[in-house]
Design a protein around this ligand. Structure first.
Ligand code: HAM
Length: 416
């Protein structure tokens, strides 16, 4: 029997993982300089958290969640996103008492049973942030600046930031009504999914990618024309802040998000380089979510980056090569050199060696293949004379080194 990974679930191998690691490092460093701290949220939660948080009529909750009963008969879901769990943790641990704004970031796998295609997986990684506790537009600007800085630091610069405002509890119901009235006159042109959305969640129609629906939505009323005074002023301040920081953006009044918790600012970062799956990061405000999940009324904003998508846009990085290869001939050489090897590894030196007991030629071949910078040769002769041979694999120069005093001189050479 031959096993394969499940469709839409992939391994990230050495050679691919280096870009992911760099992205994670850059994100951590940027987020921490903005005062955000890491939170580790569980991989699974009770299903109800996502149904309530994301919205029962969203695609994610309706058809994409990995939900099962555990052995106690409890309904469990593998997290399809991180915002609802972070808000759950915020409420559970009363993080509102610890700081005026909880500024949290997380990274890890998410699970959605979507149709797999290039850039769309059933297990994928996100790096996300949530700032919970303020509705000030300055926070929207900070969060967006943080996202764009991170992308810039990993060299992903040919991107487009699209923003929109979806209104709030005061103005959205009126917009929804206007939108519904418009779609009512075009129902026959909409796809089956959208005819259903018309009844339960008409704003989602704006996000449909089908040609017929796109023709209809092109002329649909815009949320921006229906914002109340406060939402309009909020959106203006967000745009002013972005302009002040010289962060380029476009206003996309068709931008609605696939999750119901969004209010006011919603945004996406897109690229033209990835085909259909063009969103590399997305987020927005969710000012009603904390209350919806049983906490005190508290505004919040955040985003999540799609790690695989961003990593494909980054340059390729080589798997790190050994600093030093130990070509050891015979058990006695291995026995004597092991303490030196462990000591140097403890100092951060990358050391490789042969594990198959091959001869010198074979071991030198392996050192070459691995791209080792230096090779230290110790065989019977070297043990007898008390002198090992260090070979610079690039210049092919060789020098003798005293076996009784190896660690420090080796460290010096490797670090020079
Ligand atoms: P989202 O738009 O569902 O938002 O996902 C954010 C990003 O995750 C997307 O822009 C995309 O890059 C990546 N992504 C989503 N689904 C897949 C998939 N199937 N395969 C590969 N990548 C994918 C959220 O998840 C919100 N929780 C973001 C947020 C945080 N809003 C506020 N705070």
């Amino acid at each position: 029997m031959k096993f394969q990974s499940i469709r839409g679930v992939k391994d990230i191998l050495p050679g691919e993982i280096e870009a992911v690691q760099r992205l994670e490092l850059a994100a951590r460093s940027v987020f921490e300089s903005f005062g955000f701290s890491e939170i580790r949220i569980p991989i699974f939660e009770v299903t109800e958290l996502f149904a309530r948080g994301i919205g029962t009529t969203t695609d994610i909750v309706e058809k994409e969640m990995y939900t099962f009963e555990d052995r106690d008969g409890k309904k469990i879901t593998l997290r399809p996103e991180g915002t609802a769990p972070v808000v759950r943790a915020y409420i559970e641990h009363q993080l509102n008492l610890k700081a005026p704004v909880a500024k949290l970031y997380y990274l890890g796998p998410m699970f959605r049973h979507e149709r797999p295609q290039a850039g769309r997986f059933r297990q994928f990684y996100q790096i996300g942030v949530e700032a919970i506790g303020t509705d000030r537009p300055a926070m929207d600007v900070e969060v967006l600046a943080m996202l764009m800085t991170t992308l810039q630091q990993v060299g992903v610069t040919e991107v487009q930031l699209e923003i929109n405002s979806l209104g709030d509890a005061a103005c959205r119901p009126h917009y929804r009504k206007t939108l519904k009235a418009y779609f009512k006159t075009h129902l026959s042109q909409l796809c089956e999914d959208c005819r259903r959305r018309y009844e339960i969640n008409p704003m989602r129609i704006l996000d449909c990618k089908k040609e017929g629906c796109k023709t209809v939505t092109a002329k649909a009323p815009s949320s921006l024309d229906h914002l109340c005074g406060e939402c309009l002023a909020h959106f203006q301040q967000v745009k002013d802040g972005l302009n002040q920081l010289k962060i380029p953006f476009i206003v996309n009044e068709r931008l609605v998000r696939g999750l119901d918790y969004y209010m006011r600012t919603a945004f996406e970062v897109t690229t033209t380089k990835l085909g259909a799956q063009n969103a590399i990061a997305a987020g927005g405000r969710y000012d009603g979510l904390v209350e919806e999940l049983g906490g005190p009324p508290t505004p919040g904003i955040g985003f999540a980056m799609g790690v695989e998508r961003i990593a494909t846009l980054m340059e390729r990085f080589e798997t790190p090569k050994p600093d030093l290869f130990f070509a050891l001939l015979g058990e006695e050489a291995v026995r004597q050199m092991l303490p030196v090897i462990i000591r140097l590894r403890g100092e951060g030196v990358r050391i490789e060696m042969d594990y198959s007991g091959g001869g010198l030629k074979k071991q030198m071949g392996l050192a070459d293949k691995l791209g080792a910078r230096h090779t230290l040769i110790v065989g019977e002769n070297e043990l007898k004379s008390g002198k090992a041979i260090l070979r610079d694999m690039r210049t092919k120069e060789q020098r003798e080194m005293s076996l009784s005093d190896l660690s420090e001189p080796l460290l010096k050479i490797i670090r020079s």
